[in-house]
Design a protein. Structure first.
Ligand code: GUN
Length: 281
């Protein structure tokens, strides 16, 4: 069989069109503030894509790019300024930060009600304990939206999430738990990864290495590829060997054009949610 493509690009266009229509009816435009530290090329590309999409939808944006040697104090000062600015709806600090900066300290300076990534300890605490976070991480939100658009049932499914980052692995596992799936989180120290993947009805891979292929997948499983990196010859690829996996899976997300656009979609929906919460709408 050949798997059906989980088309993140098309799904994103459809969902964002609906959001754009809602934004048209708002009294004030929500404002997304993005802070980038340094010159990481991949981060710059992601940030530009977020700013561009936000503007297309009708949101306003503010962008600050600090030099790679910026101090914690300088960054915290900017975040505090945005926290206190009533016109700013959401604040996003692009990750990764340069090594000399304390990521947790910086993220936790964001006012939880403006935490558009859902990465503050306040929102993660609310999320992991079932207390309605103001936002959850954008990739996680995007993945669940994508699967729901394709009417893929999640309840009772065996989901294997490969990767345990705060940005993707852990929140995605948590989101599947909320959908009443049975969730396994695998990581670099997991023993016999392949036999665990073989049990999965849904595989989410967020590693950044080519580790999933058709041989280790269960027939008819759903494959969500979060990995994105360049091969030595410069091609953009994901964690999954697409050719072999698509012969076994029932659905598969491609790279590019799968989870990437859905992450931005998750961000845009998160911003709208924050606006609605803040304005009591
Ligand atoms: N870097 C890669 N993905 C993300 C994301 O979703 N949010 C932030 N803040 N940084 C990222």
């Amino acid at each position: 069989m050949t798997a059906e493509i989980l088309d993140g690009k098309k799904t994103s266009q459809k969902l964002l069109q609906q959001l754009q229509d809602e934004v048209k009816g708002l009294m004030h435009k929500p404002i997304l503030a993005i802070l980038l530290v340094g010159e990481n090329q991949a981060s710059k590309i992601y940030v530009n894509a977020k700013l561009k999409k936000a503007a297309e939808i009708g949101f306003e944006t503010v962008f600050k790019n600090f030099p790679a040697d910026a101090t914690e104090d300088e960054i915290v000062k900017q975040i505090t300024e945005w926290n206190n600015d009533k016109t700013i709806t959401g604040i996003l600090v692009q990750l990764p930060l340069p090594k000399h900066l304390d990521e947790h300290l910086i993220l936790n300076k964001i006012d939880p009600i403006k935490d558009v990534d859902g990465l503050t300890v306040h929102n993660t605490g609310r999320f992991y304990s079932g207390q309605n976070p103001f936002a959850i991480p954008c990739t996680t939100r995007g993945i669940i939206m994508l699967l729901k658009e394709y009417n893929i049932e999640l309840e009772g499914k065996n989901v294997v999430v490969i990767g345990r980052s705060n940005l993707v692995g852990k929140p995605t596992a948590q989101a599947f738990l909320y959908e009443n799936a049975t969730v396994t989180i695998c990581h670099s120290k997991t023993r016999d990864l392949e036999s665990i993947i073989k049990t999965a009805d849904i595989v989410v891979s967020a590693v950044g290495e080519k580790i999933v292929n058709g041989k280790i997948l269960k027939n008819n499983c759903v494959v969500v590829d979060v990995g994105i990196f360049r091969t030595p010859d410069g091609k953009i690829t994901g964690d999954v060997e697409f050719e072999s996996a698509s012969q076994v899976a029932s659905y598969i997300s491609p790279v590019p054009g799968g989870v990437g656009p859905m992450t931005i979609t998750g961000l845009m929906f998160n911003l709208m949610n924050l606006y609605l919460i803040q304005t009591g709408a």
